[in-house]
Design a protein around this ligand. Structure first.
Ligand code: ATP
Ligand code: MG
Length: 450
């Protein structure tokens, strides 16, 4: 066993601590049928196969894992031969997905070291960037090497259904008991290899209610700029994990503390620095709180709502500035500001198209909800995304109060009112035009706020 206190570097051990069946709480009952099927099939095919990562960690913590990851000594091609429902994915990190309808079991071949002579002959399988980032990680190895390539000690635990033992290569069980997030190896090197590990440290600390060990925590701020090298598509995946897992609010603030937030949301992260008590930050904080609440109550949330919220104040500020400085119509100013800000946002996290339109609809609805005269209110009520737009307005009203809060209350009452009262509400409403209008002219920008 290695000493924990007098080293700054935690290495994985060649010889694991082995916990017998009676010494841990993992049993086959805790695994999904599909995970068991994959483990049995790999074993029957003559390969070693273990449940690893979050599956083992979460069961040891008394939680129900959200998915099951498997590690094996079979190569991706050998795995593919065993399973008809197998898809090989990934370039940077080649994996097999065994697909059971909507349930996917991820099977990874044991990873090996990167500095062996063999690797030098196999450049195609491994590649590093000038920043030390691993661009490809497809050198295969033994189980102890695999353990060393994993991120945190608590994620390097392996459970076998052959002997029902837990194999602990990096003192992960002890860190689980102590509630410590500790990187395996030299923290700086490990963050340079893959800067996303900084995000994972934050996520596991909040999700599992654990402390990030001091050597694991120390380099984060200094190395945060490495995040700029992460592809925007991967950042979107991390956005989903950090912000739609029920811990969005605390993750947001922790990321800001570590200077990591700007790589997700460049605009609001600036406001957190300059105006931490301003309405923009208060609004986003409220939305984060609500998002967590909905998720923890088992309600549905769309990733678009929070994304619309983190950009909203910047958008408002930009189109207002455009309108103040030139004789531009509201619509033109709005589209110009939106295109620019969305462009900046997209360079950080690649928001899939299917979420971009809902974001825009929520924003357009903020304008539409201000116009209640005539038949307009009824038309807005029928908008397919009325609910999201209204919820958004409600939260804005809670932060800003005043006219905006009154407007939100009007819509609350309007929705609940019987038909004749609704007619009255619209008729008695005088209507005030808050937008500046110019004589109509052709819009240059694309898209339509309908
Ligand atoms: P959860 O699925 O609950 O978010 P997890 O630990 O299972 O947590 P996954 O992203 O599913 O996380 O990854 C499975 C395992 O793969 C991890 O437990 C870890 O051992 C390893 N792993 C994942 N990402 C990395 C990484 N960036 N660097 C090193 N190892 C990683
Ligand atoms: Mg997992």
């Amino acid at each position: 066993m290695f000493a924990k206190d007098n080293t700054t570097t935690t290495s994985a051990q060649d010889f694991p601590i082995v916990y017998d069946r009676a010494e841990h709480n993992i049993s086959r009952k805790e695994l999904s049928d599909n995970a068991l099927k994959v483990l049995y099939r790999l074993n029957k095919g003559g390969y070693d196969a273990y449940l690893v990562g979050g599956g083992v960690r979460d069961i040891l913590l008394g939680e129900h894992p959200k998915d099951f990851d498997i590690a094996t000594n079979a190569t991706p091609e050998q795995i593919k031969k065993l399973f008809r429902n197998c898809r090989l994915i990934g370039r940077r990190f080649r994996l097999a997905h065994i697909v059971f309808g909507r349930d996917i079991i991820e099977v990874a071949t044991f990873r090996g070291h990167h500095d062996s002579a063999e690797e030098k002959q196999t450049k195609a399988h491994s590649k590093q960037s000038e920043h030390g980032m691993l661009l490809r990680d497809n050198i295969y190895g033994s189980i102890d090497e695999d353990a060393e390539r994993r991120d945190f000690t608590i994620n390097a635990l392996y459970y076998s259904i052959k002997d029902f033992k837990v194999y602990d290569f990096a003192n992960g069980v002890s860190d689980i008991n102590d509630k410590v997030i500790r990187l395996i190896g030299d923290p700086e090197t490990r963050y340079r290899e893959d800067p996303v590990r900084m995000l994972r440290a934050v996520r596991f600390a909040t999700k599992l209610d654990m402390q990030i060990e001091k050597n694991t925590e120390a380099p984060i701020r200094e190395l945060s700029s490495l995040m700029a090298n992460i592809p925007a598509a991967r950042m979107f995946e991390e956005y989903l994990k950090l912000f739609l897992g029920g811990k969005a609010q605390v993750n947001f603030h922790r990321l800001a503390d570590y200077d990591l937030l700007q790589y997700f949301f460049p605009h609001i992260s600036q406001s957190v620095k300059t105006e931490p008590n301003g309405n923009a930050v208060k609004f986003v904080d409220r939305v984060l709180f609500n998002t967590d609440k909905r998720i923890n109550e088992g309600k549905r949330v769309t990733p678009a709502f929070l994304l619309a919220a983190v950009i909203w104040y910047k958008l408002e500020q930009s189109y207002s500035a455009l309108m103040a400085n030139s004789d531009i119509a509201f619509q033109d100013a709005f589209f110009a500001a939106m295109n620019e800000i969305m462009g900046e946002q997209q360079r950080c996290i690649a928001i899939p198209k299917r979420f971009q339109q809902p974001m825009k609809d929520i924003w357009f609805l903020q304008q539409k909800l201000m116009r209640r005269e005539g038949a307009r209110a009824f038309k807005v009520l029928e908008h397919p995304r009325f609910r999201a737009g209204y919820d958004f307005l409600l939260l804005r009203g809670e932060i800003e109060g005043g006219e905006l809060a009154e407007l939100a209350t009007w819509w609350t009452n309007f929705q609940e009112a019987p038909a004749d009262t609704q007619q009255q509400m619209v008729k008695s409403f005088k209507g005030s035009r808050t937008t500046r209008r110019r004589s109509p002219r052709k819009r240059k920008n694309t898209g339509s706020p309908s």
